[in-house]
Design a protein around this ligand. Structure first.
Ligand code: PMP
Ligand code: GLN
Length: 378
């Protein structure tokens, strides 16, 4: 057979995860919490099941959940999304991203992808006949050069994908970044796919610059978010996307034949859980404490600690320890030191090696402590 995705291998999350298991390593690679979600939320799902919400949800999702999301976005980002026509509940952000790309990208369309990038964007573009066009963030500082970004736009550019807070670097886009994007896209028909799955995991009193805050971006954007990140339930695979009616209408044409609808009892549970704003407003403090704990424990180590403004990933620069390629160093750390991380080169353009590894700190302090003890010895 002719592969549609000839250069795609098993994802780094699977391959590193398997290696971590084999060597019984502390696993700070794939991003997921090692602690339970709030039992209040779990009780709500059980009750939803007992109360009979065990059949298909409406195609776009439970209307009460969509109304609650609309209210949240209005309150946080001052943008109005009509729950009937402009919000869809998805099976996590991965499905939302694939569905959005499938809905809008056709053969020969160019899509601007900022590298390093979350690994699902590119195969989704290529599977739909699109052409990824890369813009690389500067090594180790991970900033966008908007002049370079602008120079990549052509008459074939159909979509640009942005991600803030950013996986894997932990950087965030500023208001000035968003204004630059807004200006560059003005008078074009380019669609923005804005991956905001870490919207509530942001530190140091920074403000999440959702595209929803910027009218001239919101009117051309599909925004994806994920309850997996926000409520420590990555295994539930539930999230949502929002966008103006014309875009959402096209999105749903694909969504309905992709999954049709998603897990119904969790939607009922999340509706009432989300009404308590504290459930998501507490996240910056919660995760900042973990970031600060991990970073403090590493202060005496040979690693250079790169700034982390959001997400639950800490980048560590190991260039004072070895000049080894990041993939081989990450493998050696698993096999010889029993600690797993993600090498950044796998997300970079041409596998640029920044000598940087990504560590997930969505873990209990005992695990972060054990991890730092290992890392401090290197
Ligand atoms: N985008 C980014 C940047 C992510 O880090 C993730 C989760 N790893 C996703 C999308 C996918 O989210 P979900 O688990 O809801 O599919
Ligand atoms: N978002 C997670 C991460 O970046 C991984 C999700 C996945 O395994 N696809 O670690």
């Amino acid at each position: 057979i002719t592969s549609k995705l000839p250069s795609v291998k098993t994802t780094i999350f699977t391959s590193i995860g398997q290696l971590a298991k084999k060597y019984n390593a502390i696993n700070l690679s794939q991003g997921f919490p090692n602690f339970n979600p709030d039992f209040v939320l779990l009780d709500k799902v059980t009750k939803a099941m007992q109360n009979g919400y065990n059949q298909y949800a409406p195609m776009a999702g439970d209307i009460n959940l969509r109304e609650t999301i609309s209210h949240k976005i209005q309150t946080l980002y001052n943008q109005n999304y009509n729950p009937e026509t402009e919000i869809t509940i998805t099976a996590g952000a991965t499905q939302a991203i694939f569905t959005a790309i499938t809905a809008f990208v056709s053969l020969g369309d160019e899509v601007i992808v900022i590298k390093p990038a979350y690994d699902s964007y590119e195969p989704s573009i290529i599977a739909n006949g699109g052409i990824p066009v890369h813009v690389s963030l500067s090594a180790k500082t991970y900033k966008i050069d908007w002049d370079v970004f602008k120079s990549k736009i052509t008459s074939k550019t159909k979509m640009v994908i942005i991600n803030t807070p950013h996986n894997p670097t932990g950087t965030i886009l500023t208001k000035e970044d968003m204004q630059s994007l807004e200006k560059i896209l003005f008078n074009t028909n380019i669609i923005v796919l804005s991956d905001e799955v870490y919207e509530h995991i942001i530190f140091d009193n920074e403000i999440h610059q959702s595209v929803a805050r910027f009218n001239n971006l919101a009117n051309r954007s599909i925004i994806c978010s994920s309850f997996g990140k926000t409520f420590h339930i990555t295994g539930w695979k539930i999230g949502y996307c929002v966008g103006p009616k014309e875009l959402m209408n096209e999105f749903r044409k694909t969504h309905q034949f992709n999954v049709f609808s998603t897990h119904h009892p969790s939607q009922i549970a999340l509706t009432s859980y989300l009404q308590n704003e504290e459930t998501y407003n507490s996240l910056p403090t919660f995760y900042q404490k973990k970031r600060d704990f991990f970073v403090k424990e590493l202060e005496g180590s040979k690693f250079k600690i790169l700034p982390c403004k959001g997400t639950y990933f800490q980048l560590l620069d190991y260039s004072n320890i070895t000049q080894e390629q990041d993939v081989s160093f990450a493998e050696r750390l698993i096999k010889e030191h029993k600690i797993a991380s993600i090498p950044i080169s796998v997300f970079n353009e041409n596998n640029r090696d920044d000598k940087v590894l990504r560590f997930c700190f969505a873990k209990t302090e005992d695990i972060l402590l054990k991890a730092s003890e290992i890392l401090n010895k290197l």
